[in-house]
Design a protein around this ligand. Structure first.
Ligand code: CMP
Length: 153
């Protein structure tokens, strides 16, 4: 119990420092701290595999991850970005379709705080910058599709 309480306040302190969560109330952050699961990964571990189904949201509390995406079935994965402490990922599969849009692998030792779909929806998903996150490549794709649809009318 004592350890539990210490962990809880440690999580709270960290969650308060996450820039995207700055509008969340103490009450909500406390609930997030209650439900999250701490998970550990080693260098090269897949945290998320593109194309798999998923229902978890990840906040990096330590280390670095690499995000990659395959543009076609037989193509090499393309590097998209690295994310580190205070960054989060895995929200795409929790919006609508539950398919992972990219792969995420650990670069060195990584610790993530993992939130399940239901808690995400209730506590975090309402944040504009998280729940409605659109990556530039998707935005560009949507625009191109929109234009194509317009010209085919
Ligand atoms: P999800 O699709 O659930 O799992 C893979 C995650 O990688 C995805 O959620 C996003 O959090 C992240 N991701 C996908 N595309 C990009 C991108 N273009 N740039 C940065 N991160 C991305």
């Amino acid at each position: 119990m004592r350890t539990g309480l210490m962990k809880h306040s440690q999580y709270m302190e960290f969650l308060r420092s996450v820039p995207s969560f700055k509008t969340l109330t103490e009450d909500v952050l406390s609930k997030v701290a209650d439900v999250l699961e701490e998970t550990h990964y080693s260098d090269g571990d897949y945290i998320i595999r593109e194309g798999a189904t998923g229902d978890t949201f990840f906040i990096i509390s330590n280390g670095q991850v690499k995000v990659t995406q395959q543009k076609g079935p037989s193509e090499e994965p393309v590097f998209l970005t690295t994310l580190s402490r205070g960054d989060w990922f895995g929200e795409q599969a929790l919006q609508g379709e539950d398919v992972r849009t990219a792969s995420v692998t650990a670069v060195g030792d990584v610790t993530c705080l993992v939130v399940d779909r239901e808690s995400f929806k209730q506590l975090i998903g309402g944040l504009e910058n998280v729940g409605n996150k659109v990556y530039e490549s998707d935005e560009v794709k949507a625009k191109v599709e929109e234009e194509a649809a317009f010209f085919s009318l």
